[in-house]
Design a protein around this ligand. Structure first.
Ligand code: NBP
Length: 482
């Protein structure tokens, strides 16, 4: 539908006009849509109209009744309020006044299980509910985010064209597609954020190594990241890392990064990703290490207590600056491949658990632009899933297999050097351990199974015959089939 088909009423309504909502409303308006505006307190609506009212056609409303009356039927309302109780409150207010067939879209960072609950409740009232993950921060919201809508296919038929139009585009392809039913959109957005945590942690470790193993300054490291951004690591996060490292603090004249307190905060989507991965039994070690590394950085009392703990004297700083820098680049790339492989495994597991039929290749496509983890590398992921939609691990795809083969020695050197020097690299080291775990023919899990059978009669399988077995540990130690 285009604005010219409008009957004077708005094609879309946005309620919740803080930074994200107002920018998405402007994005719709800039694309020619008539946008009904609503916010709990009218001040934000007024501010948007005063500052950007000339960017398109907006309909100012103060009450939910006015807001709904301003919309074409079936109504399409995008909620952009704080996730949690506020979202439930707004949904309830809207649903009470809406009619069957109307569509409520939650574009906030909702927990996917909340979205599943809301979708079910609203479907019972004849309303369509679409949980849409939106990534890209405020800039993305305005200029084109990556959008991950779940919900009924029928809603997407009506809503999809609008969302695709305002999303980012890469090679003419929108960074928006229907993910699957109910909570799938928010689930995928959650894992996207988890991968973002892992990516940022790995970049942080690369920076730490260049700073403390090589003694490079922030501007020197900025140059390294800018150079890396021209190759296979080309990505939004690497690009902004270079910019951030170049920033000088006006008050002290020092690099800004050197005067920022080193305690990382988190809003919760990384934690949700790890909790969900634990429930699904998927090892997302890269994301978990990233969440825990942020927690450690903020553990003030423990860090104070840790000052002066033993360092050891095994390490010698690398003398080949260019060589070690290249090693770090390769270790970063290989670790990043692991983090994405794990994240995609979680999405496949979630999809199987809930029957969502998510196409992983589609995600690689819509994450190429607009979102925080956008990267050239996602084209390679898309190609891998195009070649094999049921790919069980990205690490097994030919391109990534070769990339890791090219990186493996550098990766090991970096972990060895970091360990020798006492520089923590939980992301690099756990990614390498995961890789080694996957390729190890005989894992020590056989011993774990024997121990479990010893103390709990939990039984074990054998490599030479089918079935389950138990050894009579407290008897004659003969083996019995179970
Ligand atoms: P906030 O998450 O800061 O939420 C502020 C908005 O929620 C305001 O419009 C506020 O209305 C409204 N609100 C609250 Br708080 N409680 C309400 C209630 N009980 N009833 C009605 N409205 C209520 O805004 P944001 O940073 O723009 O984010 C919006 C959503 O998008 C969030 O879910 C967020 O997680 C998600 N998100 C944010 C980003 C980002 O980069 N910031 C990126 C991706 C997704 P008021 O003006 O009357 O107080």
């Amino acid at each position: 539908m285009t604005a010219s088909e409008s009957d004077g009423k708005a094609q879309i309504g946005v309620t919740g006009l803080a930074v994200m909502g107002s920018n998405i409303a402007r994005n719709f308006a800039r694309h020619g849509y008539t946008v009904a505006l609503h916010n709990r307190s009218v001040a934000k609506t007024e501010a948007l109209l005063a500052d950007h009212g000339d960017e398109g056609t907006f309909v100012r409303t103060e009450t939910i009744a006015q807001f709904l009356a301003a919309l074409q039927r079936p109504r399409r309302v995008l909620i952009m309020v704080k996730a949690g109780a506020a979202t439930d409150a707004v949904i309830e207010e809207l649903a009470a006044a809406m009619e069957p067939g109307d569509i409520i879209i939650d574009g906030g960072n909702a927990l996917y299980t909340d979205t599943m609950r809301r979708e079910k409740a609203l479907a019972a009232r004849g309303l369509h509910f679409v949980g849409a993950g939106i990534s890209g921060g405020e800039e993305g919201a305005l200029h084109g985010p990556s959008i991950m809508p779940g919900g009924p296919a029928e809603s997407y038929a009506s809503l999809g064209p609008l969302l695709e139009e305002i999303s980012a585009h890469v090679d003419g392809v929108p960074c928006c597609t229907h993910i699957g039913p109910d909570g799938s959109g928010h689930f995928v957005k959650m894992v996207h954020n988890g991968i973002e945590y892992a990516d940022m942690q790995l970049i942080g470790e690369a920076y730490h190594l260049l700073r403390d193993a090589l003694g490079l300054s922030a501007p020197e490291i900025a140059d390294v990241f800018a150079e890396w951004n021209t190759g296979e690591l080309d990505s939004y996060l690497v690009e902004i890392t270079a910019e951030v490292l170049r920033q000088v603090d006006a008050a002290t004249g020092e690099p800004l990064v050197d005067v920022i307190a080193d305690a990382a905060e988190q809003k919760g989507t990384g934690l949700w990703t790890v909790k969900s991965a634990l429930d699904l039994g998927v090892p997302v070690t890269g994301i978990a290490e990233a969440v825990f590394a942020r927690a450690l950085s903020g553990a003030e009392a423990q860090r104070r207590a840790g000052v002066g703990l033993a360092a050891g004297t095994l390490g010698a700083a690398p003398t080949d600056v260019a060589g070690f820098t290249e090693d770090v680049r390769r270790a970063l790339y290989a670790s990043k491949i692991v983090a994405y492989a794990q994240g995609f495994n979680q999405i496949q597991a979630g999809s199987a658990e809930y029957g969502w039929q998510i196409a992983p290749g589609d995600l690689a496509t819509i994450w190429r632009g607009g979102c925080i983890i956008r990267a050239t590398f996602l084209n390679r992921i898309k190609e891998a899933f195009d070649a094999d939609p049921d790919l069980v691990s990205l690490l097994a795809a030919p391109y990534f297999r070769e990339a890791v083969t090219a990186a493996i020695e550098s990766w090991r050197r970096v972990v060895i050097t970091a360990t020798g020097l006492g520089i923590p690299v939980p992301g690099f080291a756990s990614a390498l351990a995961y890789h080694d775990g996957l390729r190890t023919e005989r894992l020590p899990a056989a011993l774990t199974q024997a121990q479990r059978d010893y103390f709990g009669a939990h039984t074990y399988g054998r490599i030479d015959k089918p079935g389950k077995f138990h050894t009579l540990w407290s008897g004659d130690r003969s083996e019995v089939p179970v």
